[in-house]
Design a protein around this ligand. Sequence first.
Ligand code: C2E
Ligand code: CA
Ligand code: CA
Ligand code: CA
Length: 279
Amino acid sequence: AKNRGRNRLVKFDESMNKEARMRLWLEIELQKALQKNGLEVWYQPKVNAKDFSIDGAEALVRWKHPVEGYISPAQFIPVAERSGLIEQLGRVVMREVFTTVCEWKKQGLLQGRVAINLSPQQFGNPKLIQFIDKLRKSTGINPSDITFELTESAMMNDGDHAIQMLKAIKKLGFALSIDDFGTGYSSLSYLARFPLDELKVDRAFIKDIESVPKQVTLIENIINLGKSLNMSVVAEGVETHQQATLLSNLNCDSIQGFHFFRPQPKHELEALLLKNSRR
Ligand code: C2E
Ligand code: CA
Ligand code: CA
Ligand code: CA
């Protein structure tokens, strides 16, 4: 029994080491990628829930490692957050998106806003506001063309500080969205206290709506909650026609998901938008 116990302990340590080594490797490689300009930004269109026309997009970072190929943000974003690299990564993404959206708007290619994800760590640094303001001036972006997406945890970490930051971002003219709604904190009090424009219903609520009737009731009430607070409501992770129709009937504003579009590189999205505008 003693032996087995020791074996278990050894195995446990080895797996911890493996994970720690993986994190370290990711951190070093990500740092290199940031230095070499090796990150890309892809875009996933959203559609209007009434006529299914494109009404905006979400910017999603992509990292193609020279040897390993594409590594998922689900893997490297947490590493970037823990190591502090997320601030640099975030600046790269914002610069890229502001520049691209300026081009698209000049060409009349895109209706609606483009959303940028902000991690709680980025949001914790007051210099973020200065950075965004400078970038706004240097790129000439119209702030009403951009939405920043934050999760509940970004707002709950330090409520008072969070309110200040959100107000400052709003004051610059940008829109704010609450991402992954319903998966973070159980308290809803922040919905009344924070200046939010949009609510994104997490994929977890959408997944079973075809088979679980209570899930429909839940979604319906989330949509009504958002709308009654003057927020526009987006459903994400929509993968089937049935889900899309249901959400449309429940008066959801926008829909995002693989059923309509996958995230795609800038130039592919441009081709798609061009084709759409000529239709
Ligand atoms: P998120 O903000 O919730 O982004 C939505 C994720 O759902 C994306 O994964 C997208 O590809 C995926 N998705 C979209 N439609 C569907 C669908 O119909 N079905 C399924 N199964 N998935 C769908 P992705 O690109 O792997 O990003 C994962 C997470 O990484 C994001 O979740 C976000 O939290 C984070 N992330 C991505 N880009 C950035 C960034 O530039 N900055 C920061 N701070 N975080 C980012
Ligand atoms: Ca998001
Ligand atoms: Ca989300
Ligand atoms: Ca998420």
